[in-house]
Ligand binder design. Structure first.
Ligand SMILES: Cc1cc2nc3c(=O)[nH]c(=O)nc-3n(C[C@H](O)[C@H](O)[C@H](O)COP(=O)(O)OP(=O)(O)OC[C@H]3O[C@@H](n4cnc5c(N)ncnc54)[C@H](O)[C@@H]3O)c2cc1C
Length: 413
């Protein structure tokens, strides 16, 4: 009889593992605890699903932490072109946006889920929803299947753990996989939020709530030392800051805060101009609009909601004519535009993080197969592993590639 495979969790990694395993002719069942598969996939990319990235493999690897090297073998076997082909086979075409981010042309994450589920079931795969797995069936250090919440024992030749992380728990990823893997003897690197908005001091962020800044350079400082810097888009919220570059910088900030460091962010609002060029621009504006009030002069430099904040922070009188701005004031303004400073006091909780950092220690997983080195018959893939990435479609790429590898090597290797 053909050996059967059980997959715990019908998310990105689980569905892909299912397709790869079913293609080899194995009877495969996905056990999903929610009432439908892919609930987290449905909210990715604000419902548009940034499904992958066009970056070459070597470049993509650099977007992962703690280290992307673990993914080389998986990416070599299943990478962006393979995903594009698989989705096209299932009538989903992709388009490329800024930074190599790929989305379905329909802008609907639901189309990705439907394509993956359809591909799996067409190959004979079975999806059982509302079936939470409670435990692994381990006999003599061999995983022989699972025990469901209702107490049903389901035996299989191989069991693939793809339960995701512990953020956005309403989607089904509540961290069960860490407990299940620990049962099998795996080390779990402590979990913490990654790609998470951060909280800033005072009411600055609240005053700017809703303001999105594009093309800014944000720099992270820890105990006064510059540690990281990214160019792109960010957003002010009622509690602090979020948006793509903040999320990507958050991993380091969470660690710094955890270590008791003094964490600050500076925003370069005019990254295209150095201090000298910006000074020349300010002088020119003051010359042209000398009779206008300072607040009017700032309209050419800043979004409307930032003007009162800028004036307050610098202690400028908004009604003073621009020609009365002294060279000292001009220097202050220039420095503020280049280094608008925010004190970071905390971060939002794990449940609000885009991904969970930490998880099953990758040194205990064979990167060539995704098999557990600790427990035979068990394979692990996706976010449950201690591997996370920046925004840009990289997290889903890791889930799909590790899922594919696990499914393809579950029985045959
Ligand atoms: C708001 C948001 C937006 C995001 N946007 C993007 C994006 O655009 N691009 C990108 O690359 N990444 C994005 N991510 C990250 C990405 O969604 C995840 O990294 C990815 O879904 C992980 O895939 P996975 O299969 O490992 O886990 P999941 O997709 O979380 O799937 C795990 C599945 O396992 C099931 N499960 C859990 N426990 C059990 C159990 N005990 N028994 C049975 N089933 C169980 C869950 O219900 C779930 O269906 C986003 C995340 C969030 C929260």
């Amino acid at each position: 009889m053909t050996p059967s495979i059980i997959i715990i969790g019908g998310g990105a990694a689980g569905l892909m593992a299912g397709i790869a395993a079913a293609r080899q002719g194995h009877p495969v069942t996905i056990l999903e605890k929610k009432d439908r598969v892919g609930r987290k996939l449905a909210i990715t990319g604000k419902g548009r699903c940034n499904v992958c990235n066009t970056a070459p493999m070597k470049e993509a690897i650099d977007h992962f932490f703690p280290s992307g090297k673990f993914l080389y073998q998986c990416f070599s076997r299943f990478y962006t072109p393979d995903l594009i082909a698989l989705l096209e086979e299932n009538q989903v075409r992709l388009k490329t946006e800024r930074g190599g981010r790929m989305f379905p042309q329909s802008d609907k994450a639901a189309d990705i889920i439907a394509a993956l589920a359809r591909s799996f079931t067409r190959l004979g795969g079975v999806i059982r929803t509302s079936v939470p797995v409670k435990a692994l069936l381990i006999e003599d250090s061999f995983c022989r299947g699972v025990i469901t919440q209702s107490g049903q024992e389901i035996r299989a030749a191989a069991t693939i753990l793809t339960t995701g992380g512990a953020s956005y728990p309403a989607t089904g990823s509540t961290g069960d996989g860490y407990r299940l893997a620990a049962m099998a003897g795996h080390t779990i690197v402590p979990i913490r939020p990654a790609l998470v908005p951060v909280v800033t001091a005072g009411d600055l962020a609240k005053r700017l709530q809703g303001l999105a800044l594009k093309n800014v350079q944000v720099t992270v400082w820890m105990d006064g030392k510059k540690t990281d810097s990214l160019f792109g888009e960010m957003l002010f919220t009622h509690f602090g800051v979020s948006g793509p570059i903040i999320l990507s910088l958050s991993h380091a900030m969470v660690q710094g805060l955890g270590a008791g460091k003094d964490v600050q962010l500076t925003i370069d609002l005019k990254p295209a101009l150095d201090h000298k060029q910006l000074d020349a621009r300010l002088l020119r504006d003051m010359d042209t609009f000398g009779k206008k009030k300072t607040r009017t002069l700032l309209k050419g430099l800043l979004p409307a909601s930032l003007i009162p904040v800028c004036l307050d922070e610098l202690g400028f009188d908004p009604d003073v004519p621009a020609h009365q701005i002294t060279s000292g004031m001009r220097k202050k303004l220039r420095n503020w535009l280049k280094e608008f400073r925010l004190d970071v006091t905390g971060h939002r909780p794990l449940r609000e993080a885009i991904v969970t950092a930490g998880g099953i220690a990758t040194k205990e997983i064979d990167p060539k197969t995704m098999r557990s080195k600790i427990c035979s018959g068990l394979l692990c893939a996706g976010e449950v592993l201690d591997i996370q990435a920046d925004t840009g479609g990289f997290n889903l790429m890791a889930a799909f590639s590790t899922g594919w590898m696990a499914g393809a090597s579950a029985v045959n290797g």
